[in-house]
Write a protein that binds this ligand. Sequence first.
Ligand SMILES: Cc1ncc(COP(=O)(O)O)c(C=O)c1O
Length: 391
Amino acid sequence: MNPFAPSARARNVQLPIIPTVAGWIAETPGTISLGQGVAYYGPPPEAAKAVERFLATSGNHSYKPDAGMPDLRKAFEEKLRTENGIDAPFERRIIVTAGANQAFMNVMLAICDPGDEVVLLTPYYFNHEMAIALADCRPVCVPTDENHQPRQDAIEAAITPRTRAIVTVSPNNPTGAMYSKKALTWINRTCARRGIYHISDEAYEYFTYEGAGHFSPGSLGGDEHTISIYSMSKAYGMASWRVGFLVAPEHLFDDLIKIQDTIIVCAPAISQAVALEALRIGRGYCERHLEVIGKVRRQLLLRLSGASDLLTVPASRGAFYFLAKVRTSMDDLLLVERLIREHRVAVIPGGTFGITQGCFLRIAYGSLTPENAAEGVDRLIAGLREIVYNR
Ligand SMILES: Cc1ncc(COP(=O)(O)O)c(C=O)c1O
């Protein structure tokens, strides 16, 4: 046996697919990516000016408070109260993390012991599955229905004495599905009744279309068992800056701080300074950009629905994703590689999101312009037609 072998824990976790797809794209110049899960814009230019001020202020180069800059946490407390209906005093309820991913990892380490179970609705967001496995826990995958909505009977049946949490992502990655207030309320109440946490990832809260409304389970008042996670990455085009927020029950605060201090001490302070200015500008910044993203979404949907011989796509109204089911028995990863290499269009294979039956592709439209969206989706449909029918 190799004495330097990595831990079974790390070894058994799936390797993220994004770098593999990025490698194929890099080898295929001119590829249009319908794979990237980011918005097409960057942070508000006014907010970016905070960088100069930050650099000019002495004392800004040392460690900052573990839980985040008090001004930023206070601003987020205010945002939660007015926008989400969540009343969470920042002092012992809000922690600034290096993105929503780190928030989720912190939560896993704070609430789970090795061997515990966490319920994920499939298709899941792959970093959630990875974080659960890295915490030495078991993801229990519960399929959603054909419209990617939670199935109550299946969720209830998946809960065991080892279950510590149910995770919901609405608006959803990778399906774009919005969960109704009724469904989220049922899940939240079920968690309370069964003595488990409800982790609600709301990274895409502003990205909704055609009147779909976002609902925060944290507004139901289950302060002892509801954990809410937010991100600056999508709404404010700040993916590389690494700022997210964790809203947790007060009784977890000290343990979450131990984990935060060990992993990162504090989220990058310069990014927190920009995040504060961005929050002051507010959600209107994101909403201005939603016009373009909404236009691209309609364009894609129109073209995809004209290819119903090849694929089916629920017209989901959230995030910036569609999950297409392709009518083929072909391996999804191989299909993605051929789409890139032969047709210069990239999407993400469904297997990445825990889909084990059927050939699914995630189509992301947040980073596109109306021009390259049209070209991208035309290449996708033409490519699928050629590969699926002539292979
Ligand atoms: C559901 C969901 N949560 C969290 C993240 C990661 O967010 P962050 O960049 O804040 O870590 C993503 C990114 O794609 C996501 O889709």
